[in-house]
Design a protein around this ligand. Structure first.
Ligand code: ACO
Length: 337
C-alpha cells in the first residue's frame, strides 16, 4: 500500500483591488519604471486600503480555497495555519481570528513566522499533521500586508513589496495520488537575522531604548546580500528536496519559487540547470508578497491552465530569518477559486 501523504485539494487567492503601477509610486522615492522593471521584473503591486488588515485578505483567500476544495462543513477542517510576517497584532496570532471568521472554530489555529519562506514552512507543518492523522483537512494560508511596514522614503523596499493572500486546502491521502506532497526540506541561519528585519515592536525594543523609535516599525533590508544568499540557499534546498523524492531537475515540469525578484528566479533556474520556460512568475503583477507569493503564483498559473494533472512541481523559498524551504509535489485535478 502507498505511503500516507498530504494531498492538495483546493486553491484560492485574493489580491486587494487597488493596483499601484511603478509610475504611480510616490515621487519622493526617486526611482523609475525602467529601473524597477529591469532590476526586479515588477510592473505593479496591489496595496490594501487603510484599515484593511492581513486577516481580511486571509479570510478572502481561505474562503476561496475552501470553495475550490468543495468543503462546506466546518468540522472537516481540523487546523488553520496562517503564514505571515505582517500579522494584525503581535498578540494574539492572526490564525484563530481567521478560523473563526471562516466558521472553522474550534480548529487548531496558529501563525507561522518564517518570512518569505512562511508558506513552505506552513505546508510542511500541515503535511506532518495530516500524515500523523491529526486532522482530516488543513487550511494553509499565506497572507501579507507589507504595505503597512514600508518606509515611504526607502526606495530599496517600497518599490518591491505588495499585499495579497493565497491559500490551499490539504487532505490526508497517499503518495500515489496526484496532488501529493512528496518531499520537503526546511532550513535556517539566524546569524543573518539583520539582513531583513522590522527592528521595533518586540521585546528587544524595550531592552534597547526607553522610547520606541517610530522608524523601527519599518522593514529594513540588505537586498544585495539577500539576493546572493537566496539563489545559493534555494538551489541547495531544491536539490535536497529533489534528492528525497528521487527526481532529476529534468523531470521537474514547473519551478514555483518565491517571487522576490525575477532575476533571482532566473539565476536560480540557471544554477539548477533548468530552462526559464519552466519558471512560474507572477511578480510582474503582484510584486513580492512574501509568504503569499507561492500560493498566489500557483493560483495564477493554474487559472491560466499552465499545469496538467500529474505534472511535477518544485516549490522553493527564501526569506527573513534567514529561512529557506522547498517542497516537491505532483499537481492534482482542481479548479482554483
Ligand atoms: N530605484 C532606483 N535606484 C535604486 C532603487 C530604486 N528603487 N533601489 C536601489 N537603487 C540604487 C542603489 O542606491 C544603487 O545605487 P548606487 O550604485 O549609486 O549605490 C543601485 O541602485 C544598485 O543597488 P543594488 O542594491 O546593488 O541593486 P540590486 O540590483 O541588488 O537590486 C534589489 C536591489 C531589487 C533589492 C535586489 O537586491 C533584491 O531583489 N534583493 C532580494 C530581496 C529579497 O529577496 N527580499 C526577500 C526577503 S525579505 C522577507 O523575507 C520579508
Amino acid at each position: 500500500m502507498a505511503a500516507r501523504a498530504a494531498v492538495l485539494k483546493g486553491l484560492g487567492s485574493y489580491l486587494p483591488p487597488r493596483t499601484v503601477t511603478n509610475d504611480e509610486l510616490p515621487r519622493q522615492l526617486d526611482t523609475s519604471d525602467a529601473w524597477i522593471r529591469q532590476r526586479t521584473g515588477i510592473r505593479q503591486r496591489h496595496w490594501a486600503d487603510p484599515g484593511v488588515c492581513t486577516s481580511d485578505l486571509a479570510v478572502e483567500a481561505g474562503h476561496r480555497a475552501l470553495k475550490s476544495a468543495g468543503i462546506g462543513t466546518s468540522d472537516a477542517v481540523g487546523m488553520v495555519i496562517v503564514a505571515t510576517t505582517t500579522p494584525d497584532h503581535p498578540c494574539p496570532a492572526t490564525a484563530p481570528d481567521v478560523a473563526a471568521r471562516l466558521g472553522l472554530g474550534p480548529a487548531a489555529a496558529f501563525d507561522v513566522a518564517a518570512g518569505c519562506s512562511g508558506f513552505v514552512y506552513a505546508l510542511a507543518t500541515a503535511a506532518a499533521a495530516l500524515t500523523a492523522g491529526y486532522a482530516e483537512h488543513v487550511l494553509v494560508i499565506g497572507a501579507e500586508t507589507f504595505s503597512t511596514v514600508l518606509d515611504p522614503a526607502d526606495r530599496t523596499t517600497a518599490v518591491i513589496f505588495g499585499d495579497g493572500a493565497g491559500a490551499v486546502v490539504l487532505r490526508g491521502g497517499t503518495c500515489d495520488e496526484p496532488g501529493a506532497i512528496l518531499a520537503v526540506d526546511l532550513g535556517s541561519d539566524g546569524t543573518g537575522k539583520d539582513f531583513a528585519s522590522i527592528p521595533g515592536g518586540g521585546a528587544r525594543e524595550r531592552s534597547v531604548r526607553a522610547e520606541p523609535n517610530p522608524d523601527d516599525r519599518y522593514l529594513r533590508m540588505r537586498g544585495k546580500e539577500i539576493f546572493a544568499q537566496a539563489v545559493r540557499r534555494m538551489a541547495h534546498s531544491s536539490a535536497t528536496a529533489l534528492g528525497k523524492v528521487g527526481w532529476s531537475v529534468d523531470q521537474v515540469d514547473h519551478l514555483v519559487g518565491h517571487q522576490a525578484n525575477l532575476r533571482i528566479l532566473h539565476a536560480l533556474a540557471q544554477q539548477l540547470g533548468m530552462d526559464k520556460q519552466r519558471v512560474v512568475s507572477h511578480i510582474q503583477q503582484a510584486g513580492n508578497t512574501s509568504a503569499a507569493s507561492i500560493p498566489l503564483a500557483l493560483a495564477d498559473a493554474a487559472a491560466q491552465h499552465r499545469f496538467q494533472t500529474h505534472d511535477r512541481l518544485l516549490l522553493t523559498a527564501f526569506g527573513a530569518g534567514l529561512t529557506w524551504g522547498s517542497a516537491a509535489l505532483t499537481w492534482p485535478q482542481l479548479t482554483p477559486a
